[in-house]
Design a protein around this ligand. Structure first.
Ligand code: FUL
Length: 499
């Protein structure tokens, strides 16, 4: 079997997934007519809004992955499923330390690899012996998933599970029985540990041309999740959250949460109810432009399908001692932050626990430095100190901590001007749309008034939930933000200028 990189497998997964229907409405979508004109298409795109579970997820901004399991003890990235469970033997596992560490860095939700491709389960599953139960850890009485879930509850942060569809240990993999096995495992995870906020289905499958082929019963899995954990988002091979398309941590400069979905069948929608549609949208989810007018024009339907940007703090997803000196630098993490959260995505940063079962000090020190750097950058919003013809009350709507209070602007003519009593110096622009009204800004420009004329400092395309941009330091006492293009009335929730 050749090792196909994870990102490639996800792409293949996108192409192979069949159209599926189920009961509860999930992905907010709208059908398009082939004869529809651009203004009508744009109106429809602008009318799409996140579902409550998608909105909650987007507001998290920072989430963490814990890749942990048998690979931690074999030094591999992809186990083959033949590993002896007795290799799993953490000497000092402390899930509370994992959660304290990530929470201190501003992370709001975590996802544990309950089962990776090797099939080894971090909880005592009833349907396989290939689990912690067969390991020496805690005499076979331990349950990593429970310890993580309890620590999340104690520290009030979200809890999610990664359950790999590809299972290299399960003997029935490649037959219908595997779907029952998978449903049993999913049921255990969704019923034993309290609230689950995210379920992550990986598209990776490296079986190769001669390997076992499994048709995953995704519709059945989605129904089960909706029934048992209705508030959980289903990510990647699921209907709520899309993979950004790279594992580098860098999202697109133009990142639309509304994208075409070409597997929504109008006849099926007409026969049932639109509320009853539950599918994973299919279309180009990895190209450089997913949601421009040009892309919308060719679509059969549009969906609200926001991007999650996953990356590891180390070269590998699992802990390897030899990578202790290769933890990403504070500057790199900050650059990733600006290029993921700052590009309308949610960052899913992997921090793999070590062989003791703790977050290694190389990683935790870096997390501390990174959050201190973010705190320093975003300490004082200079916009709050400005005066503006629109008045203090209006400015407050853009500088309060709420993403639900907003000011409206018309594309083309819409602009906001600020005047500082004394010149202000800044190098970071932060913008947010109130996405409860949808995502609408298509272009924005920041300008300074110098020597009697407006001069452009920086411009960009999409904003969405959040847009962060850096530029060389400027000092000025008059600044203007304009919105040349947009999809109907724009709802700006935040405007920040930082030093
Ligand atoms: C990939 C997997 O193959 C990697 O091992 C890792 O879990 C990453 C997040 O997704 O597809």
């Amino acid at each position: 079997m050749s090792r196909i990189p994870g990102f490639l497998c996800k792409m293949i997964g996108f192409m192979l997934l069949p159209v599926a229907m189920a009961t509860a409405q999930s992905t907010p979508f709208v059908l398009l007519d082939s004869a529809e004109d651009m203004s009508s298409i744009v109106r429809k795109a602008a009318s799409l809004k996140p579902s409550p579970r998608q909105l909650r997820w987007q507001q998290l901004e920072l989430t963490a992955f814990f890749h942990y399991g048998i690979n931690t003890y074999t030094g591999r990235e992809w186990g083959d499923g033949k590993e002896d469970p007795r290799l799993f033997n953490p000497t000092d596992l402390d899930a509370d330390q994992w959660i304290r560490t990530v929470k201190a860095a501003g992370i709001k939700q975590v996802i544990i690899t309950a089962k990776h491709h090797d099939g080894f389960c971090l909880w005592p599953s009833e349907v396989t012996d290939h689990s912690v139960e067969s390991s020496p850890w805690k005499g076979g009485k331990g349950d990593v998933v429970r310890e993580v879930a309890e620590a999340c509850r104690k520290h009030d942060i979200g809890f999610g599970v990664y359950l790999s569809p590809w299972d290299r240990n399960a003997p029935m993999y490649g037959t219908d029985a595997y779907n029952d096995f998978f449903v049993a495992q999913l049921t255990e995870l969704l019923t034993r540990y309290g609230k689950v906020d995210e379920v992550w289905f990986d598209g990776a499958n490296g079986e190769g041309p001669n390997g076992k082929r499994q048709v995953y019963d995704f519709p059945r899995w989605y129904r089960l999740i909706r029934q048992l954990q209705p508030e959980a988002v289903i990510a990647i091979m699921g209907p709520d959250v899309r993979w950004v398309g790279t594992e580098t941590g860098y999202g697109r400069e133009t990142e639309w949460s509304v994208v075409p979905a070409n597997n929504i069948d109008p006849a099926a929608v007409a026969a049932g109810s639109q509320q009853g549609l539950e599918i994973k949208p299919i279309g180009d989810m990895t190209g450089s432009d997913l949601g421009s007018r040009d892309k919308l024009k060719k679509a059969r339907a549009l969906v609200w399908y926001p991007a999650e940007t996953d990356v590891s703090i180390r070269p590998g997803w699992f802990y390897h001692e030899k990578e202790d000196a290769q933890v990403k630098s504070t500057e790199k993490l900050n650059d990733i932050y600006f290029s993921s959260v700052g590009r309308n995505g949610v960052l899913l940063l992997n921090i793999p626990p070590d062989r003791r079962g703790r977050i290694h000090s190389s990683d935790s020190l870096r997390l501390t430095e990174w959050s201190a750097l973010r705190a320093a950058i975003f300490d004082t919003n200079l916009v709050a100190r400005a005066v503006s013809p629109i008045g203090k009350g209006s400015i407050r709507k853009l500088t309060d901590a709420s993403d639900a209070t907003d000011l409206t602007f018309s594309p083309g003519t819409g602009a906001i001007e600020l005047i500082f009593k004394s010149p202000a110096t800044y190098s970071v622009l932060a913008l947010q749309e109130n996405i409860r009204h949808g995502q609408r800004i298509e272009t924005f420009i920041l300008e300074l008034y110098v020597n009697g004329a407006w001069k452009e400092i920086i411009q960009g395309t999409t904003v969405g939930y959040k847009r962060l941009l850096r530029f060389p330091m400027v000092t000025a006492d008059r600044v203007r933000l304009r919105f040349p293009e947009g999809r109907g009335e724009l709802h700006l929730a935040a405007f920040g200028l930082y030093h």
